[in-house]
Ligand binder design. Structure first.
Ligand SMILES: [Fe+2]
Ligand SMILES: [Fe+2]
Ligand SMILES: [Fe+2]
Length: 425
């Protein structure tokens, strides 16, 4: 397997996550990207530096990432939002685990904080949060069923009424200036990813090497998995098993690292699946099953926008393919499957069947092995890799348990911090 040190543009990764999270409902289509766009326009008008605007755009593109359920995402679309702090805090807690995102996490944390509140409270709310706040509330007021220019006056009045209370006066003034341009409004309904990429390409874009990509992927695996308590540590287990198998196959440490990264990201497309379905206790309806099944395809499409991730994308979007051609979504068979995809599939099934699910308890590792053997005999999993797992079972299983214990501690800390932040019901 060929190894090439990756140089992954961080902004492209952020955009793919933003798209995934907004695919969860048509009502949300591109909401986060529009907020990124508006905030960047306001930032430009207010003379913010290129670097500050780049961070602002990334914060805008991910600002609602902490709304873990579909209900929470849709609730955030009401202008008079009852409690915006829980999802803002969750977003902060998740994003803050990736070191380069410490400032972005802070911007997300206060994206619903009123200007008047932070005048009287001791917490330091960065100025850019006020840009995000206005951009967000402006976007939720846009009615997709009416022509945008027909709504300008009504939206402007509401935003100006919040000057000095809900919104920062300087930000409202910048908005008033910008809102005179029809193009500012029309850009929003014609918004294309390229417009954001162009804005982000000014200055020096941040790129990630293997180590930083691993950090990013670990953070993202928490965003994917923490949406459902049954899968809270799933990707951490898959990443550990996949990496261990890769090393036992004889791949280099660097190649095994890429396999580990793929393990963290293998369920990326699940960001587009409502957590209400993932957590459902009873059997899924056929429509719900179809939605869940689509996640592997979504991963493939969403990551195609990051061509530097092509190899990893090929592995993860095939983690539900089977050697006998009965898997999904591409109906590939043994000869078409890459080594990475075969490893992902074994790591995923092994990890999944040892975990509890809403409808069944996790299997003891020894029973799980029997299932893997039967599956490989039926053509459901690659035999060589299953045999390798049997051969090194104690080593691989110990690494899986260790990784999942660490992830469980992270999940518990996240839940506890969120309970503290949530107002008592
Ligand atoms: Fe929000
Ligand atoms: Fe929002
Ligand atoms: Fe999956």
């Amino acid at each position: 397997m060929f190894f090439k040190e990756p140089n992954i543009p961080l902004f492209s990764l952020v955009m793919s996550v933003s798209s995934a999270a907004d695919m969860i409902s048509q009502k949300l289509a591109n909401h986060q990207k529009r907020v990124a766009f508006i905030a960047n326009e306001l930032g430009g008008h207010l003379g913010l530096s290129t670097r500050d605007r780049q961070e602002l755009m990334m914060a805008g593109a991910l600002h609602d990432i902490g709304a873990l359920s579909l209900k929470e995402r849709l609730d955030a679309l009401h202008f008079e939002l009852k409690d915006g702090h829980a999802h803002a805090e969750a977003g902060y807690l998740l994003l803050n685990t990736f070191a380069p995102f410490s400032e972005i996490a802070r911007l997300v944390r206060y994206h619903h904080t009123w200007y008047s509140t932070c005048q009287s409270s001791p917490q330091r709310v960065p100025f850019r949060c006020h840009l995000l706040h206005l951009a967000d509330r402006m976007d939720v007021m846009i009615d997709a069923d009416k022509h945008i220019l027909y709504q300008v006056e009504d939206i402007s009045i509401i935003l100006q009424n919040g000057r000095g209370t809900r919104f920062h006066p300087d930000v409202v003034d910048a908005f008033v200036d910008l809102s005179r341009r029809e193009s500012f409004w029309l850009d929003l309904i014609c918004l294309e990813d390229e417009m954001l990429y162009e804005a982000a390409s000014q200055g020096s874009p941040v790129v990630l090497d293997t180590n930083m990509l691993a950090e990013w992927s670990r953070m993202l695996s928490h965003i994917i998995d923490f949406r459902c308590r049954f899968t809270a540590v799933h990707s951490s287990g898959v990443a550990a098993v996949a990496e261990a198998l890769a090393l036992k196959i004889g791949l280099s440490k660097k190649q095994a690292r890429l396999i580990q990264i793929a393990g963290y990201l293998h369920d990326f497309g699940k960001l587009a699946v409502p957590s209400e379905i993932l957590e459902k206790k009873g059997p899924l309806t056929s429509e719900e099953r179809a939605i869940v099944k689509s996640h592997a395809y979504y991963s493939s499409v969403l990551l195609r926008r990051v061509p530097e991730m092509d190899q990893i994308n090929a592995w993860i979007s095939c983690h539900h393919e089977r050697p006998d051609g009965q898997g999904y979504p591409f109906k590939l068979s043994q000869d078409d499957l890459s080594l990475g995809a075969k490893i992902m599939a074994v790591a995923d099934v092994f990890t999944a069947i040892t975990e509890d699910r809403p409808y069944r308890e996790g299997m003891a590792p020894e029973d799980a092995l029997q299932v893997l053997i039967s599956m490989s005999e039926e053509g459901g999993l690659n035999k060589d890799i299953v045999n390798l797992l049997i051969l090194h079972f104690n080593y691989v299983n110990a690494l899986r348990m260790e990784a999942q214990e660490t992830a469980l501690a992270d999940y518990t800390a996240f839940e506890t911090a969120l309970q503290v932040a949530r107002p008592a019901a």
